[in-house]
Design a protein around this ligand. Structure first.
Ligand SMILES: CCc1ncnc2c1ncn2[C@@H]1O[C@H](/C=C/CNC(=O)c2cc(-c3ccc(F)cc3)cc(O)c2O)[C@@H](O)[C@H]1O
Ligand SMILES: [Mg+2]
Length: 214
């Protein structure tokens, strides 16, 4: 039977990356996406902005919405201090299965908890089921029309505290207009746009970093 693009991406990791070396996993995926098949990973250019936000914040609790193949999961987990936890939510079981193997290849399983399911169903269960009270950082990279409802849901569930950072991918392309309007106009957020490009292309895109003011 035909393989899927995530399966081919995983094969490229297993072929070209060194087990236990997260940087080589990230490089292998970027090389695959540049030279073989485009895939919707945050990519190397926006990835550097992601890295700088994570490194500056040094978060102990991180939530990622939309794991896909685990590219940004590995990028973030690689920069986390010991005992820090990254919870990543993914509702497609096929993508989740690929991501688990990519995360395992990078050797970062200890820092990552991949939970299968829809964010709207899982977010209300996080405090009781995953022992996290609030998140220092949330990386939004799932369906673009879910950014705003899930942000409101995280607020309602008390998962954000004064200083929590929301970092959203694709605010230009494909675009998240309702989310952008919300975080830029709400007095409860201080927002900043990081101009960049759509992964592996010259098309404009960017990340929006929004600090929750409580
Ligand atoms: C129900 C809530 C919910 N709960 C849990 N998991 C969820 C979920 N909703 C979605 N997922 C999973 O997240 C991933 C989807 C990610 C969606 N991302 C883009 O669509 C995107 C597109 C482009 C682009 C494409 C084509 C172009 F031409 C230009 C740009 C570029 C980008 O960087 C992009 O992120 C998949 O694994 C879903 O299974
Ligand atoms: Mg994205």
């Amino acid at each position: 039977t035909q393989s899927t693009r995530p399966q081919r991406l995983l094969s490229a990791v297993q072929k070209n990356a060194t087990r236990g070396d997260p940087c080589s996993v990230v490089k292998a995926i970027d090389q695959f996406c540049r030279s073989k098949e485009w895939a919707m990973n945050v990519g190397d250019e926006k990835g550097c902005i992601l890295d700088s936000v994570v490194s500056e914040l040094n978060p102990t609790t991180v939530l990622e919405l939309g794991t896909y193949c685990g590219y940004s999961t590995v990028r973030i987990a690689n920069l986390l201090p010991p005992h820090a936890k990254l919870i990543t939510l993914e509702f497609n079981p096929d993508f989740a299965a690929i991501a688990r193997q990519v995360i395992a290849w990078s050797g970062l399983e200890e820092k990552v908890q991949l939970v299968e399911g829809a964010s709207g169903d899982l977010i209300p269960k996080i405090k009781q089921d995953f022992g996290v009270q609030t998140f220092d950082l949330v990386f939004l990279d799932h369906w673009k029309d879910r950014y705003l409802p899930d942000t409101k849901l995280m607020e309602a569930c008390g998962l954000l505290r004064k200083g929590s950072i929301l970092l959203a991918d694709n605010v230009i392309c494909p675009g998240t207009p309702d989310y952008l309007e919300y975080v830029r106009s709400s007095p409860r957020y201080e927002s900043q746009y990081f101009k960049s490009h759509l992964e592996y292309t010259k098309v404009e895109d960017g990340l929006e970093k929004s600090v929750f003011l409580g």
